[in-house]
Design a binder for this molecule. Sequence first.
Ligand code: PEP
Ligand code: MG
Length: 689
Amino acid sequence: MIEKRVRVSSHLGLHARAAAKLVRVANQFQSEVTLHRLDADVEADAKSILSILMLAASRGTELRLLANGSDEVQALETVAELFARGFDETEKVETMARAPATTELYFKGLGVSEGVVIGRVVRLQDGTCDVYQAQIKEADVVRERLRFRAAVAMARRQLQAIKSRAEKELGEGHAYIFDAHLLFLEDAKLTRDVENYIVQEHANADWATKVVGDRLLSIYTQINDEYLRERGSDIEDVIQRLLANLTGEHRTYPKLSEDAVIVAQDLLPSTIAELDLNHVKAVATDLGGWTSHMSIIARGLGLTAVVGLRDFYHRTRTGDEIIVDAQRGEVILHPTADTSSRYGLAEQRVLKSRAVPTGETGPVITRSGVKVNLRANVELPAEFEAVRRFGASGVGLFRSEFLLSRPGLILPEDEQYVVYRELIAAAGEQGAIVRLFDIGGEGDRDFSDRPERNPALGLRAIRFDLRHKEIMRAQVRAILRAAATGPLSLVVPMVADVSDIRMAKQVVMEEQEQLTADRVEFSPVRVGAMIEVPSAVLTSDKIAAEVDFFELGTNDLVQYTLAVDRGNYAVSDWFRTLHPAVLFGIQRTLAAAANARIPVIVCGEMASTPAYAVLLVGLGAVDLSMTPALIPRIRNTLSSIDTTEARSIVEKCLTCATADEVEEIVRVEFNSRWPELFPPNALPAKTTD
Ligand code: PEP
Ligand code: MG
């Protein structure tokens, strides 16, 4: 056995990231490596992240390193070197994170809705769980241990998927925390202790996890160093994840107070759907972009939201005071009294200016007499009442996948049927269009599936549906049955070409036959195709011959045409809606539909942005679908423009080579023709280098 003295030189002490590095390094050797505090009788196993964290070694702590085994010399040298290098941390991250908890901190992200809100942080990982205690029989001990191991394996898959997404979007430096979480799952201090508890106490796996987790956390709360103590939230996250996996559906979210601001790394839209929306004031997330589904829903619900905040989640604790400013895309943590009172005024002003229904309904008529339908995009039943309130001509797109209360949990057919009936009632005589489940694009598939390297290019949308036929069949049946009660259509998401449509229609036909055989009342439905990938655009004439209508999903069309991840803030500068390639795609799709005499509903976010809506109309679109609250604004814009003028601007745009050139034309032309409608801040901003 050999030993050496080292000092913790990294600014934040032996926190989760440093500890994760230490574990990885120590694990390269066969020898045992232990750390002993010189000032206290505490020791830690260098191969156990939890054990290292319990040392609570802040900056300056002196430690004795001991190595024992066949490669002890090399092990000791390598570990000591890691200490000497200060765990390779960059000064920048350390000084920012070191700021005391009460210092006012600014974070810059992307505002994706309206509003300024002052509230209190509610950190959301995967929800907290109601855990019950049960005494199990000896014969069930093995089963409970296996159940625990399955929950750990599932947590590992989930964390690997989140880690690779965070790496992609935020860079490796920011994804480190998931390394620590993954190491917690491998740590015997957690896994062995839980299994021992199951065996010795004859406890159910959920209870054993909770007891062991609480013990670990209570040790943490006694740590003197504030920064290290805060890292208890990482352990809590992992325990909550395990409990959520163990308890499955029995997940509940924290009780929300009046002023809750949900803070999360990434928020699945299905999670928003589960929250008590009456008490959620705002949302702030590390990941996400303008067209992420979370952002779309936030706009739909009128929730103030800032996304793309990068490393924000880990700086927060539940209960912290926070200001979310979606106008500026900023979040302020621990605001001073001064800042709060300044924002208090802003908060009231914004509330007053929120969208109000105008009482107008039906299509809008442009100045040159062209009729344009304005329909509603709807994600959640909570938005149904807004369809009529904002004068929408029915529902152009119901994103049905948000009926999933969590990834992998599909609403049974009968419950879907009830929702579709309510949708029909909300839509009125213009009817509604249900999209078949568009699952998978944001890594939101059932976690028992293998995580994908590239979810947006993976088993998404109709591909997922065709692979999980039972899920698809149940949805199709619910749609067909509900259609007997009012006008309802079905649209197939992300078709690559007409073969996807043929396969989908085959399922629809088979289910019609089955319902007929079972003597269940139903009505045939019109079937449409979402055109949102380049292959569908290029073969749109073939697809048009076999469907009743098109829906143009411009969010995905931009993403796939330009190969830019729509939810990735890091590449948001490349997400250019007005790229000529996108305009050509739209033009070609509209032409194919016109030739086949089928309608096209444009339902991406483009349709709800006034300047873009004018260009769409210039391209020949006469059916737009958007978040209901945005309808009055688009109505006002389109009623004031002349379609022939829009067309002549579009013609110029179609001669351009880049998005910059198109945007310049839009700025100049809009400003000279409609200065009152389009002040500079309503037009695309000039890009700066
Ligand atoms: C789109 O892609 O534009 C669209 C309407 O669908 P989603 O945003 O749900 O992918
Ligand atoms: Mg889409």
